[in-house]
Design a protein around this ligand. Structure first.
Ligand code: PMP
Length: 363
């Protein structure tokens, strides 16, 4: 079979080297004679794996010592509920900035759990000269006592990314499901970062939470124990049986990231990949991006064909050329190429070649 490049938004492609290693050791992990899926999460071998995973993630993201790293269940949406349950007891209030579909889903969940009166929201995307652009209000001017401000720095469906940090008087909670580990960030600017694993980390279901320890003193709502950050901290993310195979794969992805040069190297590669793809979209009249240049996601490149009648043909021919999962999200239509850390530059080059040829043939 010739090379397939998988542009799926998630679950997304994982690094080939990781998949091959997992395949090799599937039936006999670490000389145990059994699979990593078949051993106790409390065995010393598995605990060693989790300690190394955490240590590697701490190095990769330069996570300060006053932050806990948790490996939890429930993916990204699980965290939509967890942050509310963990921080909004006593009628505490929170502010949600909405920059696309996922931050919209997060605020709806928060309203459901904490009540609409306790949740404020501000839409931060404007249409300027026909392009969607993020305009963040001056948060320091808002005279309110919020427990936190929540936002999504990379909107997977809309292809909108926010590169600047918020200037916030309250702890910042960020849903980094689709851009964690894609570029260097200053973790100390955040109160809590969470991410569903299925884009830049590993299989779906797992979520990573990085939380500053003082936030855990805030009053919490009654909640299920597996959503409780304090219990997760106390039990080293093993209050109940964790998703061990996903954790193992995440550990392998972290090792792979270190071996290829860490997040700084990834960021350079991601900048180059995005640059080549957006250049193709901008240079050919055949394609259009609806997002302003400064907010174009490096991970999820959304674009439309100027003649949408050709969408089906584009997708079919791309698929035949080994370029799969380019259809935009059902809510927004058009195309989306997700180019996470595991997508090699050759994948992007193959897509650019295909798009250029398709435009020439169908002009
Ligand atoms: N947040 C973002 C930014 C996402 O992209 C996704 C999933 N694509 C989610 C949350 C929800 O994740 P999950 O399906 O794991 O609940």
């Amino acid at each position: 079979m010739s090379a397939i490049f998988n542009f799926c938004a998630g679950p997304a492609m994982l690094p080939q080297a990781v998949m091959q290693k997992a395949q090799q050791e599937l039936l006999n992990w670490n000389d145990q004679g059994v699979s990593v899926m078949e051993i106790s999460h409390r065995s010393k071998e598995f605990i060693a794996l989790t300690e190394e995973a955490e240590s590697n993630l701490r190095q990769l993201m330069e996570i300060p010592d006053n932050y806990h790293v948790l490996f939890m269940h429930g993916g990204g949406r699980g965290q939509f509920s967890a942050v509310v349950n963990n921080f909004l007891g006593d009628n505490g209030k929170a502010l949600y900035l909405v920059d696309g579909s996922w931050s919209q889903a997060a605020v709806e969940e928060a309203e459901k759990l904490a009540g609409k009166d306790n949740i404020d929201r501000i839409n931060i995307v404007e249409s300027i000269a026909g392009k969607r652009q993020v305009v963040i209000p001056e948060l320091t001017q808002i005279d309110k006592d919020y427990r936190y401000v929540h936002y999504c720095p990379n909107e997977t469906v809309d292809g909108i990314e926010i590169f600047d940090n918020l200037n916030s008087p309250w702890p910042v909670i960020a849903d980094m499901s689709s851009n964690i580990l894609s570029r260097q960030i200053d973790v100390s600017q955040f109160g809590l970062i969470y991410a569903g694993a299925q884009k830049n980390i590993g299989p779906s279901g797992l979520s990573i939470v990085i939380v500053r320890d003082d936030l855990l003193a805030l009053p919490c709502l009654p909640q299920s124990s597996i959503m409780d950050y304090r219990l997760a901290v106390k039990n080293d993310s093993m209050y109940n049986t964790p998703p061990t195979f996903a954790w193992y794969l995440a550990a392998e992805v972290f090792s792979w990231l270190k071996s290829v040069g860490g997040v700084a190297e990834m960021e350079q590669r991601n900048i180059e990949k995005a640059k080549r793809l957006y250049a193709c979209i901008d240079e050919l009249d055949f394609y259009v991006s609806g997002v302003a240049a400064q907010n174009r996601s490096r991970m999820n490149v959304t674009f439309q064909l100027t003649n949408s009648e050709l969408d089906g043909k584009f997708l079919a021919e791309a698929q035949a050329a080994g370029l799969v999962a380019l259809k935009g999200h059902r809510m927004v239509g058009g195309m989306r190429a997700s180019i996470y850390n595991a997508m090699p530059l050759e994948g992007v080059d193959a897509l650019v070649t295909f798009m250029t040829e398709f435009a020439a043939k169908n002009a």
